[in-house]
Design a protein around this ligand. Structure first.
Ligand code: UDP
Length: 478
């Protein structure tokens, strides 16, 4: 078990954005929680300190909680390859996918318990009765029973799920059930993601949030957006090429956007005056990048100035991420099969991940420059890319699936595709936003308002505060 450092972030900057009606109640509530905690600690345990949505969210949320004076700490567990193979199997099953098809029998239970017992033995000495422990995802939940012996409250925070439970989700829950039973409360992102055997009064629903000040979301003035894209090497804009573009890293230090010459897996830099549709995703089958490509090339009428950008992380090598490499290859093959005029307008972009802050800033500029943002996923837990693009005032065209439905109100703050596999339907949505700029602008404005109202850190922290409050000792007012 290793501890991860949390650098507190001042909540005041978010306060300026959300206004006193939301900021003041949050300050008051944080005060109450701090007082009631009275020296106790709110612990978080997950599987990794970086990479992946959970680590990303903890980085920000815990930094703001610390900034509000709440003593919150973060530990990451130790496991071996066999342990992570078992938990990855459970993860895939909870998404309704068979994964590697391996067993979840007595041998897997034994190894899972053994690894988590060692982690618990290590962790339990850090706990005091009255602390609250949030265990994130299936990798950690096997510690619950042992930790309860220390007199702490234990919450299981499950970040994944599937709208309609199936035989695969049932198999995962059956494995996890004995480990979840002892916990005080379970938190999920949507009601349908709750373990099926729990009473609703033991379940809380808390969707994710985004941080408007992170490199991924921070404001970039419109004219600077195009300068960033040109500087990176995505745009033919010779007049901008020599301009240095800076950004602020997560730790507050300055960064400079590098010029990249290896961004295009297929296609070339966009002409400076073009408009583009964008999907940003990992090269994962469930994000259906090839489907987005075909929806655009086969179902949107040709406009010479309109391009499609499919953007994902640089795929390091076949051994690192075999599926990512395969999906990218499939997109490249589809691109090669296109007629020349369409090839000019489709671009497959792989952004390096060696500098995550720079990567985030490039994605930010890409989202801000897009005429519309697509998320044609076949499966989606929440879909942070949707919230990110909505925050930037972009009209988002996305599948009516998972947490995307909680973000976009169809026809108001974005457009939903009823059947995620409907290529002609996606093409029609693309066509609509391209031909109706006023509609696109109205959807974008409502999208921004929707994220501001529901998916920022204050809502998220208030919900976490309400979650832990019942476990804290009552204290008379001073
Ligand atoms: N992302 C990124 N670079 C990429 C592709 C994705 O930074 O090349 C980010 C994206 O902006 C979002 C996250 O990775 O913040 C993906 O989260 P989401 O919930 O959309 O999907 P997941 O990958 O967790 O299934």
């Amino acid at each position: 078990m290793k501890s991860v450092e949390i650098a507190p972030l001042p909540f005041t900057r978010l306060g300026a954005l959300i206004g006193p009606d939301r900021y003041e109640p949050l300050l008051g509530f944080a005060d109450e929680i701090r007082r009631r905690l009275d020296g106790h600690v709110v612990w978080n345990v997950n599987a990794t300190a970086s990479g992946g949505g959970v680590a990303e969210m903890l980085q920000t949320l815990l930094a703001y909680a610390s900034g509000l004076g709440v003593d919150t700490r973060w530990n990451v567990l130790d496991g071996d390859a066999e342990f992570f193979a078992i938990t990855k199997r459970i993860h895939n099953l909870l998404h309704g996918s068979p994964g590697d098809g391996g067993d979840l029998g007595p041998a897997e239970h034994a190894h899972y318990v053994d690894v988590l017992r060692r982690n618990s033995d290590d962790f339990i000495h850090q706990l005091s009765p009255g602390d609250v422990v949030l265990l994130h995802d299936p990798q950690t939940i096997g510690m619950a029973a042992r930790l309860k012996e220390a007199g702490v409250a234990v919450v299981f925070r499950s970040h994944i799920g599937k709208d309609e439970p199936d035989e695969f989700t049932a198999k995962a829950w059956e494995f996890l059930r004995p480990y979840i039973e002892p916990v005080d409360m379970v938190v999920v992102s949507r009601p349908s993601y709750a373990p099926p055997f729990l009473d609703v009064d033991r379940v809380r629903v808390i969707p994710p949030s985004i941080d408007p000040f992170a490199a991924k979301n921070v404001e970039i003035p419109e004219d600077r957006v195009w300068a960033v894209l040109a500087r990176v090497g995505l745009l033919e804009r010779p007049e901008h090429l020599e301009e240095e573009v800076g950004f602020t890293r997560r730790d507050g230090t300055p960064g400079v956007v590098r010029r990249h010459t290896d961004l295009f897996a297929a296609g070339s830099p966009l002409p400076g005056d073009s408009r583009y549709l964008l999907q940003v995703s990992r090269w994962d089958r469930l994000k259906d990048m090839p489907g987005v490509l075909t929806a655009f090339t086969d179902h949107v009428s040709d406009h010479d100035d309109t391009h499609l950008l499919l953007v994902g992380p640089a795929v390091a090598g076949v051994s690192d991420d075999p599926e990512g490499a395969e999906v990218l290859e499939e997109c490249v093959a589809r691109w090669h099969a296109l007629p020349e005029d369409k090839r000019q307008r489709v671009h497959l972009v792989a952004v390096p991940m060696d500098d995550v802050d720079e990567n985030a800033f490039i994605i930010n500029a890409l989202q801000r420059g897009a005429t519309a943002v697509i998320q044609k996923s076949l499966m989606e837990g929440f879909g942070l890319t949707v919230a990110e693009a909505m925050w930037k005032g972009r009209p988002v065209l996305a599948s009516r699936i998972g947490g995307i439905q909680d973000q976009i109100e169809d026809g108001v703050s974005g457009l939903l595709l009823d059947d995620p596999r409907d290529l002609a339907g996606m093409g029609a949505l693309m066509q609509r936003v391209l031909e109706e700029p006023a509609t696109a602008a109205a959807l974008g404005a409502m999208a921004h308002a929707r994220i501001r109202e529901l998916f920022l850190g204050d809502r998220h922290l208030m919900q976490y505060g309400a979650l832990i409050e019942p476990f804290l000792p009552e204290r008379p007012h001073a």
